[in-house]
Design a protein around this ligand. Structure first.
Ligand code: HEM
Length: 347
């Protein structure tokens, strides 16, 4: 009987698998948390309260250096709009510093070149995002404010991608799984992402211009069905590597729909059930801001699910630390990888 299993033996001079530092992953998590809870959460509240133009200048705040600006005076006199906008700017600066820290930690300890460049891309996106926010003020542009929100979602999704590809789970994930379940998950998740970007644009029009309400509602049905199918397909693969991500997609989707209905009811009122919109009520602030944040989380969860499915289907790496040995054969001394083919040639 011929033993055809590939046989490997470590080479004496083999360097062994690269030991990865946990720091890039930790810094990426810190960056995501600071950005979503701080910068994005505050930014969403600023937009909901219409406080984006609390200062007419940028990068200075009220003519002063942003870092030296004393917003305690604004707290004393109850200028909530200035306090929120100023803290949003400070949170944005912190996001920038953490993005620099991410790049530094990746370039110091990350062996994969493409991951190091992903970090640089995130930093570049953060800079563009900051510039868009500043120009929105100096140009007094609502369209730029909307684009600032949309691009912010892409920045957050890229940050989550950094968290994923620097994780232990990513390094240990199975590879080479080209089952129909994984392929279906990849396609459905890709299609959902395309529909979600369109829905994002429609949502921005609702939020900033008060239009496209019913188009956005139609988009919600399409995105809801696609995201449910993508999450369901991922769960049905039974792959551990996809399971939690799929649960996140489905959970965030459910939350997003509930928050969307609340945002609608609290902003426009629902005549049929006698609900009247109360501008800047706590429920309105939470539901409108939450709907913006959950949209970013849905985009991020889908991007991560797409990357995970692609990872599962990708080719396993060629083992560099092992040298193939000739396979043993009980009937022949010819190594299996040198057996004659039907045509007589060796393979
Ligand atoms: C999968 C489903 C949904 C997604 C992905 C989604 C996404 C979005 C996005 C990205 C925004 C704009 C946020 C911003 O620019 O900051 C938005 C705004 C909005 N969406 Fe949705 N949405 C969904 C479902 C719904 C549903 C079901 C409703 C209502 C029934 C709804 C009602 C609204 C309203 C009223 C706004 C404006 C909120 C505001 O003025 O602050 N959405 N949506």
């Amino acid at each position: 009987m011929i033993d055809t299993a590939p046989q490997y033996a470590p080479r004496a001079d083999a360097p062994g698998p690269p030991v990865r530092s946990p720091w890039p992953h930790r810094v990426a998590w810190l960056l995501v948390l600071c950005t979503v809870i701080g910068t994005v959460g505050l930014g969403a509240t600023v937009t909901t309260l219409g406080a984006g133009m609390a200062f007419l200048d940028w990068p200075t705040s009220g003519g002063e250096n942003m870092l030296a600006y004393n917003f305690f005076n604004d707290i004393k006199v109850g200028r909530t709009d200035k306090v929120l906008e100023h803290v949003h700017r400070l949170a944005g600066a912190t996001t920038g510093l953490l993005a620099i820290a991410l790049v530094a930690s990746l370039w110091i300890s990350e062996p994969r070149r493409w991951v190091r460049w992903l970090g640089v891309t995130v930093l570049g996106m953060v800079i563009v995002q900051g510039l868009a926010g500043g120009l929105r003020v100096t140009e007094i542009s609502t369209t730029l404010a909307m684009l600032h929100g949309h691009f912010g979602a892409c920045v957050v999704a890229a940050m989550f991608a950094c968290v994923l590809v620097t994780s232990r789970a990513w390094a240990d994930s199975p590879r080479g799984l080209r089952s129909s379940g994984v392929t279906t998950t990849t396609w459905l998740t890709g299609a959902t992402l395309a529909a979600l970007l369109l829905q994002y644009a429609l949502g921005g029009v609702v939020r900033h211009f008060g239009g496209a309400l019913f188009e956005h509602l139609g988009g919600a049905v399409l995105v809801g069905l696609l995201a449910a199918a993508a999450g369901g397909a991922a769960l049905a693969t039974g792959e551990r590597f996809l399971r939690w991500n799929a649960a996140a997609v489905l959970g965030v989707l459910g939350g997003q729909i509930v928050l969307g209905m609340l945002a609608w009811a609290t902003r426009f009122g629902v005549a049929a059930v006698g609900t009247v919109a109360v501008q800047h009520s706590p429920l309105q602030i939470v539901s409108r801001g939450g709907h913006t944040v959950f949209a970013m989380l849905l985009l991020s969860a889908l991007v991560c699910q797409f990357l995970r499915a692609r990872r599962l289907a990708s080719d396993p790496p060629v083992r560099e630390t092992a040298a193939p040995l000739p396979a043993r054969s009980s009937v022949s001394s010819v190594p299996v990888n040198r057996l004659p083919t039907a045509s007589g040639a060796l393979r």
